[in-house]
Ligand binder design. Structure first.
Ligand code: SF4
Length: 356
């Protein structure tokens, strides 16, 4: 189904109601098991997963599992309505040697059976999915597979040496859904060969799959990668912070209007990773800046729908912390929309915005 977020706005008797991203995570607690580079066919040009996760590259998987088991051994069964998720992050889970993948799933099995975790997910590449491996995940009660799609654009995939085409990326998304698993899609705005238009098209294509979640990882330049060399040679230029905020703000709004949670807007802070960064759109509050931009874009669209001067904007209280951007930089843009602070009200229980 072609993606269109126009249909998600509701105009009723003189007001416009629109989603602003209330839905974020499906489990309250996430217990990550990091498997950096394990199962990967090589090191992608931009990837520094070891630094990103603060662990060593290609660790011994049995040592990682043993450490995770220690960490989780005192976990009690979940109470009513409680949700916990075990997440195998990093690497290419479905391309792990069969014995190693089975060891991971065997660790999950008692946790699921005893109700100590309620969900499980893994991450992998779209070109590493066979029917057998997807069935194995389903049988083992893994419920969600996150695909490191990065882009559906053949040019960007090729320049970034991902080793698969846009068609393969799309086929991977379909395979996960057809296997009866939930789908997560990770995109890499600013990757070599990508432009804001290409990325926004990637978001449109991702939303057509109605995934359970998206992640946006603005491309950064960590030391020790091929991208660092390209950057030094002048062959790669990262997106600026402004370009990133502007483009991801539009993308986040598209996801909000499609009711698809975006569970990451930047690489998580990690001292070793930040120390190794050469360049790229890094900012301690990048996620909040993008949310602020997305909220403005959503309000502008709602105003066009309303078709008159607004009387009041009611927002979920969660928007209060980010809506004016860095040190109130966006206040004037809100005023220019006719929505000064006196016309904005926050409602703790609201899950969507309403423009009157
Ligand atoms: S981007 Fe994904 S496939 Fe590439 S090296 Fe990193 S974890 Fe492996």
């Amino acid at each position: 189904m072609p993606y269109s977020h126009e249909s998600t706005f509701h105009d009723t008797s003189g007001h416009v109601r629109f989603p602003v991203g209330a839905k974020q995570h499906r489990a309250k607690y996430i217990y990550p098991v990091f498997l950096p580079f394990l199962g990967c066919p090589g090191q992608c040009v931009y990837c520094a997963q070891d630094k990103q996760t603060g662990t060593c590259a290609s660790p011994d998987i049995y040592a990682v599992l043993s450490e995770a088991q220690q960490r989780l051994k005192n976990l009690s069964a979940c109470g009513p309505g409680e949700t916990r998720e075990l997440a195998f992050y990093g690497g290419t889970f479905t391309a792990l040697p069969a014995g190693e993948r089975s060891a991971c799933l065997e660790m999950l099995s008692p946790l699921r059976e005893e109700g100590r975790v309620t969900h499980a997910r893994c991450s992998t590449r779209p070109d590493a999915l066979g029917p057998d491996v997807l069935k194995q995940l389903l049988d083992a009660d893994v419920s969600l597979v996150e695909l490191g799609i990065q882009s559906f654009d053949d040019g960007a995939l090729s320049l970034s040496r991902r080793g698969y085409s846009g068609d393969t990326a799309a086929a991977g998304c379909r395979a996960v859904l057809e296997a009866g698993l939930e789908l997560g899609i990770q995109l890499l705005p600013g990757m070599p060969g990508s432009t804001p238009d290409i990325f926004l098209n990637d978001v449109r294509r991702a939303l057509e799959f109605q995934p359970s979640c998206l992640r946006f990882y603005p491309c950064l330049v960590p030391e020790g990668t091929v991208l660092a060399r390209w950057y030094r040679e002048g062959a790669y230029r990262p997106w600026t912070l402004e370009e990133t905020v502007h483009t991801l703000g539009q993308a986040l709004n598209m996801a909000w209007q499609a009711n698809v949670p975006v569970i990451r807007l930047s690489v998580a802070p990690e001292p070793a990773f930040d120390a190794a960064l050469l360049a790229g759109p890094r900012h301690p509050a990048l996620g909040a800046l993008i949310q602020a931009e997305a909220l403005l874009v959503a309000a502008e669209e709602a105003l066009r729908r309303l078709g008159r001067r607004p009387q009041e904007l009611l927002l979920p209280a969660a928007c209060q912390g980010f809506m004016y951007g860095d040190r109130g930089a966006l206040k004037e843009r809100w005023r220019a929309l006719g929505l000064g602070p006196e016309r904005i009200r926050f409602e703790p229980k609201a899950v969507a915005a309403t423009l009157y």
